[in-house]
Design a protein around this ligand. Sequence first.
Ligand SMILES: NC(=O)C1=CN([C@@H]2O[C@H](COP(=O)(O)OP(=O)(O)OC[C@H]3O[C@@H](n4cnc5c(N)ncnc54)[C@H](O)[C@@H]3O)[C@@H](O)[C@H]2O)[C@@H](O)CC1
Ligand SMILES: [K+]
Length: 529
Amino acid sequence: MIILSAAQTRELDQATIDEQHLPPAALMERAATAFAHWFCGRLGPEEAGEILVLCGPGNNGGDGLAIALLLHQGNYAVRVALLPAGKYSADWLHARRHLPAAVPVAEITEGQLPEIPPATVVLDALFGTGLSRPLAGLPAALVAHLARAGGRVIAVDIPSGLFADAPQPADSAVVRARHTVSFGLPKLAFLLPQNADFVGEWHIEDIGLSTRFIAGAATYWHYTDARAVARALPARPKFSHKGTFGHALLLAGSRGKMGAAVLAAGACLRGGVGLLTAQIPSLGYDIFQISQPEAMCRPDPQADYLSELPDLQPYQAVGIGPGLGQHAASLAVLQQLLREAVASQTRPEPLPLIIDADALNLLGQHRELLALLPENTVLTPHPREFERLTEPARDDYHRLELLRDFAQTHRCLVVLKGAYTCLATPTGDLHFNSTGNPGMATGGSGDVLTGMLLALRAHAQLPAFEAVRLGVYAHGLAGDLAAAATGQAGLVAGDIVRHIGPALREHEQNVYPEIPFWPVRTNRSHGPK
Ligand SMILES: NC(=O)C1=CN([C@@H]2O[C@H](COP(=O)(O)OP(=O)(O)OC[C@H]3O[C@@H](n4cnc5c(N)ncnc54)[C@H](O)[C@@H]3O)[C@@H](O)[C@H]2O)[C@@H](O)CC1
Ligand SMILES: [K+]
């Protein structure tokens, strides 16, 4: 799925109307029908009580009027409050004409803000993607009044006052919705932590927008849903052996942080790697061998931290960082790894690297090393680790700019972890992930991600971007499956490891339910022309 700017969303609406030869207001009626369907499926007329629909002067207000009509027809008690304006959109006028007199309509004035008893269901249809400036005057007073009243607010398309694709000045008036029901595609604003209190839970309803326009739209914002990674994991050939799926090297652990190495190793094994060797400080040897018997273990000469890089020749991918610590000897290991991972006569492509946790902090302290990053290296920072590599971000939008710039400059794949983890690519694309839950905000879940990415980067048939996008998605899905089993509070990183298998199974080509009986012919199967 892609994400469009507010301007592109308007173009998409128009393209849909033109392409489908829609009569006036037809698209608005689709939006209203989709909203009403969502709403009525969750709240019956009695549970809802009196519903107040706040309508602005544009098409968002038109949606509100059309929704009021549908809810009235569905036996809900609806009243409408209108924001006065010098001009109303054509769809608004259409919807206003069709609203029966039985629905009470009042005009909002400074002196007469609508009465909102607590727990009233309020549908916010004041402004949508047509918002051109921060709210001020009467609309801002209305938003403040709504916040004081404490109604159950559901935003139509987007909370009023929130820009769909750009930050608004601090202290701007923005509606705080418990739910936002939007149409067609998600909006960038929904994915950023700074907007969480405005957007609440968001939902996307299909209104049949032009697929041709969407397919051709130029955007670098993407949203990774199940469809994007369907069948992304190549089938395991019948005559495969453990060498087919790569031999990964994990450099992890230090005194007191062996668990990070154990979790990353477990995730790598469950991620489908053929062979895994872990180089760990020697104090962790017994811990590691007992807890991960499927992995091989090279004890480092040092007891408490890593000090030695093994010969890289046998490995198809290397992960470094979980629980590593920041000892000078471990920094030297990282430096040597970056130097040796580059392409050479014996290795035509750079060795795939995954750099996480303390290895990122070491990079942040020695930024001159960034110039050594081999192409398509994967970095997995959380926001603070990322800012140590770049600069403090002014806000979430600025952080995305820094992220995009960093990935392009260093030609690497950066996984900025958090809700809607954002994967930035060397081409300047940003892919927001759709899976995962707050239960995963627990120590070790990042180590699990590193292990999964290590396994997928060692896989010979997965290109770098596909491997990382799948890994991020499947990691979140494993977390969702784990949370379904344990609840979010009780979830620990080991639960995510245990659910990696089922999460990846959903994306395996050989078990995907839609796989045709006869293999599909691809261009590649015709051989070179
Ligand atoms: N175009 C279409 O056919 C469709 C549009 N849809 C709805 O239409 C919305 C977009 O409609 P519009 O483009 O008419 O825009 P809006 O309804 O968001 O608002 C535009 C109006 O508000 C005014 N305005 C903008 N910012 C303001 C501010 N800060 N203070 C006061 N007035 C302000 C503008 O001058 C204009 O009159 C979407 O969010 C969605 O809800 C949906 O119904 C789907 C179909
Ligand atoms: K709105």
